[in-house]
Design a binder for this molecule. Sequence first.
Ligand SMILES: CC(=O)SCCNC(=O)CCNC(=O)[C@H](O)C(C)(C)COP(=O)(O)OP(=O)(O)OC[C@H]1O[C@@H](n2cnc3c(N)ncnc32)[C@H](O)[C@@H]1OP(=O)(O)O
Length: 409
Amino acid sequence: MTIEVRPLGADAWHQAFTMMELSFGETWPQDAADVERARFEPDRSIGAFVGDTLAGHAAIYSFTMTVPGPRSLDVAGVSLVGVLPTHRRRGVLTALMRHQLHDLHESGREPVAVLTASEPAIYGRYGYGCATQWVYAEVNRAKRAMRPVPGSDEVTVRYADPEKSLDVCAGVRDAIVPTRPGYVRHNEPWRRGEIADPESERGGASALRCVLAERDGEVTGFAYYRSKANWEPGGPNGTTIVQRVHATDTASYAALWRFLTDQDLMSKTTHRRLSLDDPLLSWLRDPRAAMVTVRDGMWARLVDVRRALSERRYTTPLDVVLEVRDDLCPWNAGRWHLAGDGSGASCGRVDREPDLVLDVADLGAAYFGRPVLAALGAAGLVEERTPGSLAATSRAFTSEVLPLLDTPF
Ligand SMILES: CC(=O)SCCNC(=O)CCNC(=O)[C@H](O)C(C)(C)COP(=O)(O)OP(=O)(O)OC[C@H]1O[C@@H](n2cnc3c(N)ncnc32)[C@H](O)[C@@H]1OP(=O)(O)O
């Protein structure tokens, strides 16, 4: 079977839409599709053709993301990947991934690609490593007592119109983006997507609510949430479903969470994308008040090892030779001298014996600051040739704050 991969161009959305519905086994409601389309970048969409049939598709969102430093880095957000059910397991996805990575490299655009996986077993073979986790937390209202947080009583919470408060919420969001690796700067289409609130996606819950946290008349935080009532014979058993909570200071963040976890008629509050080091989990007097489930979040792929490693900063001074294995992107394979610290970094080809040997997928996993390389080494995935180099490199790569992708795509 001959597969030809090429850009779809200005008409990409229309060409790919029906094929993607078949691929995902869904019918996409118009209101939800409109939100997706507003963020879609047709010039970054590629199709895999078998004869005249569009058999596969992959898209890229142009993101700016926080990486350890903190620094802002342009990353390629790979999404809308699908292959027609009639053409599966014959290499269409492989052709798309190869084309996309080679194209990114040749264009010199983003040195890192990221994605969220429908099924996590798919992307390791293309050099993606699991770089962040998502914590699904369900807080039981009856057990929600929180430790006191100084200053939180001075914060007021009030309702606001999501549309009218878009700019002020964007200001809070922009302020917190540098605080955690993996956070994405939201441009206009993504900001609007946050409050688009398509009815077809509410799953029986209320419309999106927006509340603002304020101190001395100044907005210090916001939350988007929905309520889902559930009247049972034993009493009301509703859920507060939190979509996003941000604040520029700890007290305001605590005030918002206090509000969100203490809603009459709602016996629990859920959040799908927390980090394991989120303050909420430290505030709960009874840690079991929050039932948590941890799963893979963002997968990261170093498209250009040299640029990617030079662009981030390192927690402790580092001077190491890495030997990287990368069959799919041969320009990455080989030995790299990486030197850096908190103020800068350089990475270049070298002929010396390596201190560490590893796959590009494991380097991608560790890139945003966790998992630590030492743990990957303990799992036998990083080979230490120079004693002590694994611990030193691991310390330098580690981010104190856990990385988190909090913008699903
Ligand atoms: C970033 C995102 O958008 S995530 C969304 C991904 N899309 C979906 O989940 C939609 C439904 N699924 C599909 O469209 C397709 O099955 C895809 C895209 C997952 C795979 O496409 P295919 O063209 O069948 O993949 P391809 O034939 O290139 O397979 C390559 C390899 O991946 C493996 N593979 C493919 N799909 C899966 C899977 N779901 N789980 C585990 N392994 C898989 C194949 O077995 C093959 O392995 P091999 O190299 O050892 O032989």
